[in-house]
Design a protein around this ligand. Structure first.
Ligand code: ATP
Ligand code: MG
Length: 244
């Protein structure tokens, strides 16, 4: 077998990733992979580099070393080309177009598509997933509740028909019940064939729904294991789950 070949089922492969902000070295050679159909979690404290990793995969931040491949081929450098390949980011703090309505935000998510019927169908699918968005369809998104805004941010990404969904801190600022409901929908999205890379400070939540997980600490992956195993690891429980 060709040792450089993409392993079967391998979707995303991040190798030796370095990212700098000027002189700040935010990622120091991070390695991780995501196989098709998985939910892979990256947990880590504030400032560990989780968002940097997501912005780098999405093509918004340039790499200063290493590589990222999608289905065995190098990811293009530009963000819009990466979206076209089906890798869509739901950024931390949602970054909606707050002056635009729910409908307009969803349409913006489909901006690279031309299949009108498919777009209408996918909008209906989003409303099945999050019925409240249909009730609020003409409301300005900046006036939605935090939970509704997160649902809209996820839906906007789904309107791009992603094969890989990058979720950065979806639980941020949400009440526990709203978070639980949102995480149930992440499982549904995966069950419909979307591969998920989920970054969370709330390790307990992420490890509960993920298949495999990575622990990122000051720009380095210090551990990787099935989520069930990480959730039982005493070191992880002390550092990230607040246990004594
Ligand atoms: N625009 C920037 N300019 C300079 N340094 C930055 C910038 N953005 C992030 N950093 C630094 O890079 C490191 C990683 O930040 P990042 O936002 O990726 O962390 P994070 O794990 O997402 O944290 P949080 O859990 O708070 O969202 C931090 O030390 C941060 O201060
Ligand atoms: Mg972050």
């Amino acid at each position: 077998m060709n040792p450089g070949a993409n392993p079967p089922g391998r979707c995303l492969e991040v190798k030796g990733l370095h990212v700098h902000y000027g002189s700040i070295h935010a990622l120091h050679g991070a390695d991780l992979h995501v196989d098709r159909g998985e939910i892979v979690c990256v947990v880590g404290a504030n400032g560990a580099g989780k968002s940097t990793l997501m912005w780098a995969i999405a093509g918004v931040l340039p790499l200063t070393g290493g590589s990222i491949a999608l289905n065995g081929a190098p990811l293009p450098a530009r963000a819009h080309e990466i979206v076209t390949l089906g890798v869509c980011l739901v950024p931390e703090r949602r970054r909606l177009f707050t002056a635009l309505s729910v409908r307009e935000n969803l349409i913006m998510g489909a901006v690279r598509r031309t299949d009108r019927d498919g777009i209408a169908l996918d909008m209906e699918k989003c409303f099945e997933l999050y019925p409240v968005l249909k009730e609020r369809i003409d409301q300005r998104s900046g006036t939605l509740s935090g939970g509704e805004q997160q649902m809209l941010a996820v839906s906007r990404a789904l309107m791009g028909r992603p094969s890989v969904l990058l979720l950065d801190e979806p639980s941020l600022g949400l009440a526990p019940l709203v978070t639980d409901a949102l995480f149930d929908t992440i499982l549904r999205i995966r069950d419909e064939g979307v591969t998920v890379l989920l970054v969370e400070q709330n390790a307990l939540l992420a490890l509960d729904i993920g298949d495999r997980g990575y622990v990122l600490q000051t720009g380095e992956i210090i551990k990787s294991a099935p989520c069930a195993e990480l959730a039982e690891d005493p070191l992880i429980r002390r550092a990230y789950l607040g246990e004594e």
